[in-house]
Design a protein around this ligand. Structure first.
Ligand SMILES: [Zn+2]
Length: 164
């Protein structure tokens, strides 16, 4: 016997950042600003991430590459781990992610990589409230999703490790 499952995921798409509500746009602008600090000599893909915490703090991060490729880390994890280390009691309300390159166009909403989705889901699960995700490239459309879980269907989570 076989069943077919169809997943429904809500994605809001805005023509550009001018159509966003003020708090989302200002967080995205922080992500754009911090992307300038990216150390990305290998990919030339400069990524910025900005988090809004429940305490009101804004945490930012950019990608930090390394000649030993796996030793580098993405902008999202730079920011999430900083928030986890320094604001362990605050919830992460939303994250804005953006990227640009001086060598090629990034005119589509960038998506967090699989490893970052797993990490972000851990924080969403831990705080038991959704984290809104705002995604943009260097220009063009903005994609918004209301939770990390929407970005990572069939998550690997703690229930997989429970012993019954
Ligand atoms: Zn990543």
């Amino acid at each position: 016997m076989k069943n077919n499952q169809v997943l429904h995921i809500n994605v809001d798409v805005y023509e550009d950042l001018n159509f966003l509500e003020d708090s989302d746009r200002s967080l995205l602008l922080k992500a754009i600003e911090i992307s300038e600090s990216a150390y990305a000599p290998y990919s030339n893909f400069l990524v910025g991430a900005a988090l809004e915490l429940s305490c009101g703090e804004i945490i930012t991060g950019s990608n930090q590459e390394n000649v030993a490729f796996p030793s580098g880390i993405c902008a999202e994890r730079t920011a999430f781990y900083y928030a986890g280390a320094n604001y362990p009691n605050s919830k992460i309300v939303k994250v804005a992610v953006t990227a640009h390159s001086k060598q090629f166009d990034v005119n589509y909403p960038v998506s967090p990589c699989g490893a970052c989705r797993q990490v972000m889901y851990e924080y969403e699960s831990k705080q038991d409230s959704p984290i809104k995700v705002i995604m943009m490239g260097a220009s063009g459309q903005v994609r918004i999703m209301q939770s990390i879980a929407d970005l990572l269907p069939f998550t690997f989570n703690e229930s997989s490790l429970k012993k019954y």
